[in-house]
Design a protein around this ligand. Structure first.
Ligand SMILES: [Zn+2]
Length: 80
């Protein structure tokens, strides 16, 4: 694992997914938040990831669901 002291942005990247999944412990979350508050590069990346997740979640729930279901149904090979 990278540490914040060695390479803060690399560390921040490591923590980004678990951060968005709310899987970080308190110490890690505080460190990630502190870094995000002073690093615009990581903040942009964080916002992008956050947007992406929201978009994917919405797309799955709203528009893409029937198409996705149809595609999955088409992929399903009958076993008998
Ligand atoms: Zn950074």
């Amino acid at each position: 694992m990278t540490s914040f002291a060695d390479d803060p942005c690399a560390k921040c990247e490591e923590l980004l997914q678990p951060f968005l999944d709310r899987e970080l412990n308190d110490a890690e979350r505080v460190e990630a938040e502190a870094h995000l508050s002073l690093c615009s590069y990581c903040r942009k990346r964080y916002r992008f990831e956050e947007h992406l997740r929201r978009f994917v979640r919405q797309a799955v729930v709203e528009e893409m669901a029937p198409e996705l279901k149809a595609r999955l149904a088409a992929l399903r090979t009958p076993l008998f």
